[in-house]
Write a protein that binds this ligand. Structure first.
Ligand code: NAD
Length: 497
């Protein structure tokens, strides 16, 4: 079993608290590593390293920052396989999916390579006689990133490349359940030329995260995780006077209108519900079938879902891997076993499934619940597993009312051939990311990612233009260079007219 470390000041630093958390291979159930759980003192050391690096890094030219980021992009590209293997070993998702995660993270590094254009200010000349006004954006200082287990590489890459491109330094506190890929990201950053202290990785759990959120040396907190934790982090960070963005959980709906191509809708529902075993914040977890689409759609989804090959993520034939922990698998299974008593029909039951040779893995097969009631536990809660709920609605209006009553508002999708209905949906739905015949509408890097309602606390979405705004603060400079010969100075107590 490996003992992992922190990454502070450009080097591996062993844990000093004496406390460790287990890292498990979800396919075998075996403990493969232990991750140090940072004490308050260790969190303070990481912040001190980031603070020490800040003056020089924030003064580094855009040309130099860009050169470092281009080298980082090349190194990440060359290490896609290694990163994907580290993700699969600790998260469990299949290799192709892990490679996709790395690719989507790389997109944000590529965005950060264009930082000179993104940070370009604005200038108004001659706003008054001989007076110019410039708006510029400057970095914040030390930024903390706190990230979830389900995208061990992509979510950190949503945050720190843009943060450092803007001139900040970073302390990343990745999930204690999948810490190896983030450590590899930091090692590659050092090889690319990130100066020591510009990117630090702190091993730890909720306690380490809370110490960062409270730390007076941290200027801003970027959080991605479950809604209760996001709400708590946003509240604590803002109470400590920090800028914060906290992305939370989700219950993403797919609305299927009667004119939709039902085969395409079923393909999309199955891909979006069961990919990564449903452990995606943009997974579709509820299908709302309108009019007579329910029965034919459920039949199509069941046929496709039943054929999904369950297995370890590093086997090429596997299409869906295990869940992150045994406790989480059991929690997901409890929603399925409890569903009939709350009115649902279990059309496909993935509980009790196992994989030969991997009997101790955290398995749960694709599960389909039909006739799910809006008030039931399976519908109300974010299950975060391969469980798809189907609800029925008579009309578009009834379906929309149901979707908009959800406390979450991350993503929502509509499947239809009717452009007018799709347009109405995109304007009326209360979600931050909308798909039209696209089930997982994760924005590309140069558009920002973020949900509404309980899926995001704060005013900024992540990456894209909002990522630059979040990691900088505005300053407006008013300039006058009077010529003493033609514009002699004088006292004037009035307000300029
Ligand atoms: P989690 O909330 O348990 O943990 C996320 C991170 O926060 C971890 O680093 C953890 O150590 C830390 N943490 C946990 N509780 C905390 C607290 N009270 N205060 C401070 N830090 C705390 O989430 P998870 O189980 O790792 O990830 C799954 C969740 O993340 C799901 O709810 C999923 O929807 C959500 N998620 C959301 C997005 C999004 O973009 N909205 C993206 C990915 C995942």
């Amino acid at each position: 079993m490996k003992t992992l470390h922190h990454w502070i000041g450009g080097t591996a630093v062993p844990g000093a608290s004496g406390a460790f958390g287990p890292v498990t291979d979800p396919a075998t159930g075996e403990r493969t590593a232990r991750v140090p759980l940072a004490s308050a003192a260790e969190a303070g050391e990481a912040v001190a390293a980031a603070r020490a690096a800040y003056p020089a890094w924030s003064a580094t030219s855009l040309a130099t920052r860009t050169a470092v980021l281009f080298r980082y992009r090349e190194l990440l590209d060359a290490h896609r396989e290694e990163l994907a293997r580290a993700i699969t070993a600790e998260h469990g998702k299949v290799h192709a999916d892990a490679l996709g995660e790395v690719a989507r993270g790389l997109e944000i590094v590529e965005l950060a390579c264009g930082i000179p254009a993104l940070l370009r200010g604005e200038l108004s000349t001659q706003v008054s006689a001989g007076v110019d006004v410039a708006s510029i954006r400057q970095p914040l200082g030390v930024v903390a990133g706190i990230t979830p287990f389900n995208f061990p590489a992509m979510v950190p890459l949503w945050m720190f490349p843009l943060a450092v491109a803007c001139g900040n330094t970073v302390v990343l506190k990745p999930s204690e359940k999948a810490p190896s890929a983030p450590l590899l990201l930091a090692e590659l950053a050092a090889r690319a030329g990130f100066p020591p202290g510009v990117l630090n990785v702190l091993g730890g759990d909720r306690t380490a995260a809370e110490r960062l959120v409270e730390h007076p040396g941290v200027a801003a907190v970027s959080f991605v995780g479950s809604t209760p934790a996001a709400r708590a982090v946003y509240g604590a960070a803002t109470a400590h006077g920090k800028r914060a963005q906290a992305l939370g959980g989700a219950k993403n709906h797919l609305l299927v209108l009667p004119d939709a191509d039902l085969d395409a809708a079923a393909d999309a529902a199955v891909s979006a519900a069961y990919g990564s075993a449903g452990e995606r914040c943009m997974a579709i977890s509820a299908v709302v079938a309108v009019g007579g689409t329910g029965d034919p759609l459920v039949a199509r989804i069941r046929d496709r879902a039943a054929r999904i090959r369950l297995g370890p993520g590093d086997h090429p034939e596997s299409a869906m891997g295990p869940l992150i922990t045994r406790e989480h698998r059991d929690r997901v299974a409890a929603y399925v076993t409890g569903a009939p008593a709350q009115g649902a029909e279990v059309v496909l039951d993935g509980t009790g499934r196992t994989v030969t040779g991997y009997e101790d893995g955290h398995w749960l097969g694709p599960t389909l619940l039909d006739h799910v009631r809006p008030g039931s536990d399976a519908y109300r809660d974010e299950i975060f597993g391969p469980v798809l709920c189907v609800l029925r609605a008579e009309t578009y209006e009834e379906a929309m009312a149901l979707i908009n009553a959800s406390p979450y508002g991350n993503g929502a999708a509509v499947f239809t051939r009717d452009g007018g209905a799709a347009r109405r949906f995109q304007l009326e739905v209360e979600a931050g990311m909308v798909g039209v015949n696209v089930p997982i509408p994760v924005p590309v890097g140069h558009h920002s990612f973020g949900g509404w309602k309980d899926s995001l606390f704060g005013d900024h979405h992540v990456y894209g233009p909002d990522g630059v705004r979040f990691h900088t603060r505005g300053k407006v400079v008013t300039t006058r260079w009077p010529d003493p010969a033609t514009a002699p100075s004088g006292v004037d107590l009035g307000f300029p007219r």
